[in-house]
Design a protein around this ligand. Structure first.
Ligand SMILES: *Cc1c(COP(=O)(O)O)cnc(C)c1O
Length: 469
């Protein structure tokens, strides 16, 4: 292991630094207040509808926004664009088998492509899918396949102030209760995510994964992993769980995955590429079903919607993203921003998670009721202040209950500040923190929003709002 890990601890005053230097830059600038007001109104106060050119610092998502390395760009030049059997596919397959340990690999255009395949392959109508908190696209694919998602995350995860170190853990008693209620034969798998995006990037412990697998094996239920941010989850295990301090992130990842039957992946996150995804399973029959479908929805089973060059950059990104110094600097940058906000007593989800800061909009704007969209309001106000783009993770993202048609009111009403990997510096984080402080200082006079357009699916992407006055 490199000196990097212990450096800061040996010398109390020494800082960490990014394990890379900058070779190419992309100019950015802040447009005027007047122009931001116009852009926000035209976007219906939905940050998803802003033009990127009108954004100064873009913390909308860490999805597909990573900077690739010189090696990945070199890999792009080595694309084998054969329709079938591209060399790059075999490099990708090898990287996933090496680092994640699964047997059968099916490439997809991005994470939701893989979610679609696995959901259609193993969910039958009327099934129940327990999971450690929902994720938007994951749950939608489970529902479209005829399943009902049941949240089995520990209660602590729903409390943004609870200091639990593994707030992503599954409450196995909740899984047992569901088995008693609906029968193991109606539960094809547990949908396990590490880290848990919607809970604030919170990790699952190794012990929890091990115990979950043992219980599920006893019931004939599979465990499938949303591996999107498992590198970051492995970092938290290394840092917090007894017995893992001297293991590498790669070793921890491999052990964790061994407690699951397969995984789907949005490679646009941990795997350091701008587009891509994959499904990996150990069961040959499930693999065969997924391969039958991938040719219908994504592309041939040796490219799944990606170009050869994309698969090469992905294979290299898998190996780069799992390095200890990379993951540590990534998580520490997120923490740096978190600490600035906590110093000003701005309410954020704690402990700070792996990929983002989540501001608790219910405590930020206690006077704005949830049906006036406090976290959407915060994202809009921040953009107006400085051109910083964030996103809503609250009542808009939660959507409507398909049976009653009512808004779902999640306990967590959050605005997410997602940090792209290897893209921004600490100075950018300072600017973001200071802008949020300015918005915080004006909170009492800020009013909420009303929704004026609502699409049928995943409404947070395209809904439009107006200012209340
Ligand atoms: C992004 C994401 C997905 C979906 O992946 P896409 O590549 O955006 O289709 C699934 N699960 C989690 C946890 C994610 O963050």
């Amino acid at each position: 292991m490199s000196d990097f890990k212990t450096m800061g601890q040996q010398f109390g005053r020494r800082s960490w630094a990014e394990p890379w230097k900058i070779k190419m830059v992309e100019p950015i600038h802040m447009i005027t207040r007047e122009a931001r007001e116009k852009a926000a109104a035209e976007a219906g106060y939905n940050t998803f509808l802003l033009r990127s050119e009108d954004v100064y610092i873009d913390l909308l998502t860490d999805s597909g926004t990573s900077a690739m390395s010189d090696r990945q760009w070199a890999g792009m030049m080595m694309g084998d664009e054969a329709y079938a059997g591209s060399r790059n596919f075999y490099n990708l397959e090898n990287a996933i088998q090496t680092y994640y340990g699964y047997k059968h690999i099916i490439p997809t255009h991005q994470g939701r492509g893989a979610e679609h395949l696995i959901s259609q392959a193993i969910i039958k109508k009327g099934d129940y899918i327990p999971g450690n908190m929902y994720f938007t696209t994951t749950r939608l694919h489970q529902e479209l396949a005829g399943g009902t998602f049941v949240d089995v995350i520990i209660d602590e995860a729903h409390d943004p102030t609870d200091p639990h170190l593994f707030k992503g853990n599954v409450d196995i008693d909740k899984v047992k209760d569901l088995v008693k209620k609906v029968g193991a034969e109606n539960i094809p798998y547990v949908s396990l995510a590490g880290t848990v995006n919607m809970a604030g990037g919170q990790p699952v412990s190794m012990q929890n994964a091990r115990e979950l697998k043992a219980y599920c094996d006893s019931q004939g239920i599979a465990v499938y992993l949303d591996a999107t941010r498992m590198y970051e989850n492995a970092f938290f295990i290394q840092e917090r769980e007894e017995g893992y301090a001297d293991k590498s992130i790669a070793e921890i990842l491999l052990e964790f995955c061994s407690y699951t039957d397969g995984a789907w992946m949005s490679a646009k996150k941990d795997n350091l590429v701008n587009i891509g995804g994959w499904l990996a399973v150990n069961d040959a029959k499930v693999a065969e079903q997924a391969r039958t479908m991938v040719v219908v929805y994504e592309g041939l089973h040796t490219y799944g919607g990606m170009a050869g060059r994309d698969m090469e950059a992905l294979a290299i990104g898998i190996a780069e993203g799992v390095q200890d110094d990379h993951v540590a600097s990534r998580v520490r940058q997120v923490r740096y921003l978190g600490k600035l906000l906590l110093d000003w007593n701005i309410p954020i989800v704690q402990p700070v998670g792996g990929h983002a800061i989540f501001v608790d909009a219910k405590r930020f704007y206690p006077h704005i009721p949830q049906d006036q969209f406090p976290s959407q309001t915060l994202a809009a106000q921040l953009y107006l202040d400085s051109g910083v783009r964030t996103m809503e993770r609250g009542v808009v993202s939660a959507g409507r209950n398909p049976e009653t048609g009512e808004h779902r009111y999640p306990a967590l009403e959050l605005t997410r500040f997602t940090i792209p990997r290897r893209v921004y510096t600490q100075a950018h984080m300072d600017v973001v923190a200071e802008s949020l402080k300015a918005v915080y200082d004006q909170r009492e006079s800020t009013k909420g929003l009303k929704m004026v357009y609502e699409p049928e699916y995943l409404r947070f992407f395209q809904a439009r709002f107006a200012l209340l006055d």
